[in-house]
Design a protein around this ligand. Structure first.
Ligand code: WT7
Length: 649
């Protein structure tokens, strides 16, 4: 890994004026970890405070006394930082460029217009009785009204919970129930790749389940005009409510540690957990990382392809860019529609200077060859970014050579829903790049590598990636289950935040993320717990037991491989296989659909009944050598059986 190719900071890049330099990085990084209070006291002032903080950091990672507080006596408002503070100088600047699913639909919305709509919608929410601290569920497509809804929540101090539009009614209901939300904001239908997504119908179905029964108000944006069912006592058209409202609203003063949003994400066990972020630390961290990592300049047009339903869509589609007064592009569609050249064409059409996307998208576009991408000029691009999963050097090189025309540095940014913002990343202008490495920590971030016994490894090392001290954007709790927060992140190794990822560190101190070390899958950059897919499979009448593992997949990075033991008397068939895939799609959503199902008469278990996933992962990956010690299995013959099944399938 130390022999990897190195890309130095291109001279033309630094010449154009960057906020980063190698010397500055070393100096500021050293200062930030030696005296985090001083560093973050200064950095904390990049956002506007209604009441300035006097305390910076109060943190203990000790499981018996866990607490994480940043800027705790300060008051501020996220929406005011994203909108009001720009009105004087940037009122007529474009805040959001919206590019529709269809290439002939786009809109420009200025900071002033967005501010007016957010104020109106804040007034709508207040009129509907939404109180400070109350949870509002947002289940929307990639349209500007999603941004309006999120910002309006932060404006009145309501806590938003955005649920990705690809999740099923059951998944939506589970999330509504967990945070006891009585208000849902949605659209009639979404539109992706020319196909409609029945969002309102999904909300109706979610409300019919016990989990969704508490919903009293549904606000619906008309996107496609498709027909929807209507319950006049509960459903309201967004446009009707907005028409009567004032475009003025005084943003609520929020305490720095007041909850800002909840975002559900998969863990290695149990139901998805509600990751809770708070106001001050999150906003400071999103604002600081966005400015420095994307090396932001006033005239940038920045495009992050993530959906608002994921954390990237929170921190780096919406809050980071708008807080910095940057023009952010929101894309409703998909890279292959109407053809595989779409990404480049959108770059040209809107003169995008920074493109931030996921390795799975890069690999999918790369597979089509260079031609579709070369139909565009892409001369406006200055910087590229990657996020969501390890990027293989081959995809990195292609992204650099073809999309960026050898000209644009790539920031490979490592972080998690839990971290709120990017923790390990190059800084353009400062960091020499190695394809496949997320490189070095951001200011104030202290990564470390531990072996499985918790021993700290120095120098060149490989093991568990942990973070030794807090940063302002860190999650504060699992909503409604603080014990789960402590158990998940602070018990495996004492005194540090456990990421769940493995990593190597090379002789230059560069980090190479090797992927999850727990039972969390990363499918096309989407996080999925094996336990969730297993429980969906087992909820089908034909299934007695199942074990789900990840396996290498050319485009998705990881695919979902399911071993299924059928109920006695049920015969395996192709129809049943299809039915099970459809069942999981219905239960969780299309992103959870297994890529392969193998019939398993038995599963490899220890004598105490624990499934040995290590063996199942190897078989799924077609690695039959080195299965390790199978002598502790209750019935070693099941392994041969599964290997034969894999070879046959
Ligand atoms: C997991 C977090 C971060 C926002 C999107 C995903 C993996 C993320 C990288 C990267 C290698 C990465 C990790 C992490 N991951 N970025 N640049 N290189 N791996 O957020 O759904 O919370 O998933 O994604 O495994 O733990 P998430």
């Amino acid at each position: 890994m130390s022999e990897a190719k190195i890309y130095d900071v291109p001279a033309h890049y630094s010449a154009a004026g960057t906020r980063n330099s190698p010397e500055d990085y070393e100096r500021r990084y050293a200062q930030s970890v030696q005296d985090p209070d001083a560093f973050w006291a200064e950095e904390g002032r990049i956002v506007d405070w209604i009441k300035p903080f006097t305390k910076v950091k109060d943190v203990s990672f000790n499981a018996d006394d866990l607490h994480i507080r940043w800027f705790e006596d300060g008051q501020l408002n996220v929406s005011a930082n994203c909108l009001d503070r720009h009105l004087a100088e940037r009122g007529d600047k474009t805040a959001i460029i919206w590019e529709g699913d269809s290439p002939d639909q786009s809109r420009h919305i200025t900071f002033r217009e967005l501010h007016a709509d957010v104020c109106r919608f804040a007034n709508v929410l207040l009129r509907k009785g939404v109180k400070k601290g109350e949870r509002v569920t947002i289940y929307m497509p990639m349209i500007p009204e999603a941004a309006v809804a999120m910002l309006a929540c932060t404006r009145i101090g309501a806590v938003h919970s955005v649920v990705f539009g690809g999740f099923s009614p059951d998944s939506l209901a589970g999330r509504i129930e967990d945070c006891e939300s009585t208000v849902v904001i949605t659209a009639d239908e979404g539109l992706r790749g020319g196909k409609s997504v029945p969002l309102k119908a999904n909300v109706d179905n979610a409300i019919r389940t016990p989990g969704g029964a508490g919903v009293k108000t549904v606000i619906v944006v008309r996107r496609t005009g498709g027909s929807v069912n209507w319950d006049g006592s509960r459903d309201h058209w967004y446009h009707d409510l907005m028409a009567g409202e004032s475009a003025e609203h005084q943003a609520e003063a929020m305490n720095a540690e007041d909850p800002l949003f909840i975002l559900y994400t998969s863990g290695s066990t149990g139901k998805p957990k509600g990751v809770l972020h708070t106001t001050g630390g999150y906003l400071v961290y999103a604002t600081s990382t966005f400015a420095n990592i994307f090396d932001i300049r006033e005239d940038d047009v920045y495009w992050c392809t993530a959906d608002v339903g994921w954390v990237t869509g929170h921190s780096y589609l919406l809050y980071g860019p708008l807080s910095n007064g940057t023009t952010t592009l929101m894309f409703e569609g998909v890279p292959q529609y109407p053809d595989w050249g779409r990404i480049g064409k959108v770059v040209d059409k809107h003169q995008v200077s920074i493109l931030y996307t996921a390795p799975t998208a890069i690999r999918a576009i790369m597979r089509e060859g260079d031609a579709p991408t070369l139909e565009s000029k892409r001369t406006s691009l200055r910087l590229l970014g990657s996020v969501g999963e390890p990027i293989n050097p081959e995809a990195w090189e292609w992204y650099h050579r073809v999309v960026g025309d050898h000209r644009c540095p790539i920031v490979d940014t490592w972080w998690q829903t839990e971290t709120g913002g990017i923790l390990i990343t190059p800084l353009p202008g400062a960091t020499a790049l190695k394809p496949g490495s997320a490189t070095r920590p951001y200011f104030g971030v202290r990564p470390a590598i531990l072996d499985n016994d918790g021993t700290l490894l120095e120098g060149v090392a490989e093991g568990n990636l942990v973070i030794s001290d807090s940063w302002p954007g860190q999650m504060r709790t699992v909503y409604g289950d603080h014990q789960r927060f402590i158990d998940t992140y602070f018990k495996t190794f004492a005194g540090v935040y456990t990421t769940g990822d493995g990593a190597k560190r090379d002789a230059d101190g560069y980090y190479w993320i090797t992927g999850r070390v727990d039972d969390v899958l990363n499918v096309s950059g989407h996080r999925m717990g094996t336990a969730e897919v297993e429980s969906a499979l087992v909820s089908h009448d034909a299934v007695a037991e199942s074990a789900v593992v990840g396996f290498p997949h050319d485009i998705k990075g990881q695919g979902i491989y399911a071993y299924v033991t059928l109920q006695a008397g049920v015969e395996p068939s192709d129809e049943l296989r299809k039915a099970l895939v459809a069942h999981v799609r219905r239960e969780i959503g299309p992103i959870a659909a297994p890529d392969a199902i193998q019939w398993a008469p038995g599963l490899p278990k220890t004598r105490s009944g624990k499934i040995m996933r290590r063996i199942l992962r190897k078989i799924a990956a077609y690695e039959f050598d080195g299965l390790g010690d199978t002598s502790t299995l209750a019935d070693p013959s099941v392994v041969d059986n599964l290997i034969n099944g894999r070879k046959a399938g």
